[in-house]
Design a protein around this ligand. Structure first.
Ligand code: PLP
Length: 456
């Protein structure tokens, strides 16, 4: 067997990768032809690849490396925990100190009475938990017909069968016979793309009221919950109009529908508050967390549950759990990550300093001839590429082309941004400095110029 190391030539590593490694969300034959970019090291907001390029990671990996790369404290916390207790489970009335300590810290950080956590290994697993949790809650309360979960088109809630069903990605539903029964999708609050002649405020109300229509159509006695990301991330960083969430909250309260906020991206400082729900005035019964919980240093997720729902669930044996629910090493790493976020005042600095600075710079991109809108909430932003800015038109012939070209130009300019159709998105590490923000904007501008030259 070949010993595979960082020192091997890139082409050899790429060939081995293409031969044996199936990548998520990647067309394998295209990748085999081009070769994957191989990331070898990272520090702060900067990645280094196998060719020695230094790349500004404006996506924080997959929206997750909130404290930045290369924090030794997390490696040390993992090593300490591995030596002391590398694994034990939390099934059958057992527990351990890292799971207890992290649950206690989460109860301190979360708003209102979200005082309980059910651990998972990822955001997808946590959303699968939520499906069973809310249905079990209603069954325990003597209302077993309340099973339907209402979500939105173009939402992303994960890749497992359950969580991808909650999501509203048509390309995902087309593969593997999704969604599962009793998941219903309403339209998203995407004013730029779908708002027509309405003002953003009118449109936000109209889209929220689709929830009420759906509840009345399906029957109040069938609806268990509504799930939504405070800001849709993978859908293209869709920041809802201000009227949207208060109306959703009013409708959930009126019909006593459980509200699940999927905070997998928005949580842990991304929108400038600890949780996106606080930025948008949402009071959820359940919150999904993952990603920024450990800044991606260890796989961990969970469902944060309010007192009332936890009391009902705790009244039965909830026949659910994962081998790695509350994995001690992942819990220890997450706890250290939360200590750093809190003690170094990273979330406060985002709110008072770096997010306003980034917003000012980001919005200048709207002056570019290719850019129809540039919006940002805290540290997650997007630009919409448009051939006709005045009419908010999309690139008609081949949706996604402009974004794809732009992404290639970003790569060439040593910048990681992501494209979703013709939207280009960012979600940098929360520790990004002013100087690094200037570099990000300069490289994004250069990529846009190159894309514009190719398209004109
Ligand atoms: N929910 C949201 C909002 C996400 O953005 C993601 C992942 O991007 C998930 C859930 C799924 O998380 P994971 O990839 O950890 O399963």
């Amino acid at each position: 067997m070949t010993l595979i190391t960082n020192h091997m030539p890139t082409a050899q590593l790429q060939a081995l990768d293409a031969a044996h490694h199936m990548h998520p969300f990647t067309q394998g034959d295209e990748l085999a032809a081009k070769g994957a970019r191989i990331i070898t090291r990272a520090k702060g907001v900067t990645l280094t690849d196998s060719e020695g390029h230094e790349i500004l990671d404006a996506m924080a990996g997959l929206w997750c490396v909130n404290i930045g790369y290369g924090r030794d404290e997390l490696a040390e916390a993992a090593a300490r925990q591995m030596k002391e207790l590398p694994y034990y489970n939390t099934f059958f009335q057992t527990t351990h100190v890292p799971a207890i300590a992290l649950a206690d810290k989460l109860a301190e950080l979360t708003p209102h009475d979200l005082n309980h956590v059910f651990y998972a290994g990822s955001g997808s697993e946590a959303n699968d938990t939520n499906i069973r949790l809310v249905r079990t809650y209603w069954a325990q309360k003597g209302k077993p017909t309340k099973k339907v979960i209402i979500s939105r088109k173009n939402a992303y809630h994960g890749s497992s069968v359950g969580s991808a069903s909650l999501g509203g990605m048509s390309a995902m539903h087309a593969q593997g016979g999704l969604p599962i029964p009793d998941v219903h999708h309403i339209n998203q609050p995407h004013w730029y793309g779908e708002g027509g002649d309405m003002t953003p405020e009118e449109f936000g109300l109209a889209r929220a009221r689709e929830l009420e229509d759906a509840i009345l159509e399906l029957g109040e006695d069938r609806v268990a919950a509504f799930i939504g990301e405070p800001v849709q991330g993978a859908g293209g960083v869709i920041i809802p109009p201000e009227t949207y969430w208060p109306e959703i909250q009013r409708i959930c309260d009126k019909y006593e529908i459980l509200l699940i906020a999927d905070e997998v991206i928005c949580g842990f400082g991304r929108t400038g508050t600890w949780f996106g729900s606080e930025s948008f005035g949402i009071k959820p019964h359940v919150m999904t967390i993952a990603k920024g919980l450990s800044s991606g240093y260890a796989p961990i997720g969970g469902s944060l549950v309010c007192d009332e729902v936890a009391e009902v669930i705790n009244g039965c044996e909830f026949a659910h759990g994962y081998t790695y629910s509350g994995h001690p090493v992942a819990c220890a790493v997450a706890l250290e990550n939360l200590r750093i976020l809190q003690e170094e005042g990273i979330v406060d600095r985002v709110a008072s300093d770096t997010a306003p600075y980034l917003k000012k710079k980001w919005e200048t991109l709207a002056d570019h001839p290719l850019v129809g809108e540039a919006r940002i909430a805290g540290m997650m932003g997007s630009i919409a590429l448009s051939p006709d800015k005045a009419n908010r038109a999309a690139f008609a012939a081949d949706p996604g082309t402009a974004g794809l070209i732009c992404r290639e130009a970003c790569f060439a300019n040593n910048l990681v941004m992501r494209h979703v159709g013709d939207r280009m998105v960012i979600s940098p590490p929360l520790v990004i400095t002013h100087e690094e923000i200037d570099t990000l904007i300069a490289r994004a501008g250069a990529a846009l110029d190159q894309a514009h030259a190719r398209l004109s």
